[in-house]
Write a protein that binds this ligand. Structure first.
Ligand code: ZN
Length: 59
C-alpha cells in the first residue's frame, strides 16, 4: 500500500493547506461550485455546437 502512489494531491487545491489539518467543507463547496460552473459552460458549448450544425436528416 505504501508503494502505491495516489494521484490525489495531499494539499487542498482551494486553500492550499494540507487536507488533513483542517476541515474543508467550505473548500469542497467552492470546488463543487467551480465544477458546476465548468459543467454548465461545457453543456452550453455543446448545445451551441449542436445548434450550429446543419441538420443531416432534416429531409
Ligand atoms: Zn481547503
Amino acid at each position: 500500500m505504501a508503494s502505491h502512489r495516489l494521484d490525489l494531491p495531499s494539499r487542498c487545491d482551494i486553500c492550499g493547506k494540507a487536507r488533513s489539518t483542517r476541515k474543508h467543507q467550505v473548500c469542497s463547496r467552492i470546488r463543487q461550485q467551480r465544477k458546476a460552473d465548468e459543467w454548465a459552460e461545457l453543456m452550453a458549448a455543446q448545445a451551441e455546437a449542436k445548434n450550429n450544425q446543419p441538420r443531416r436528416y432534416a429531409r
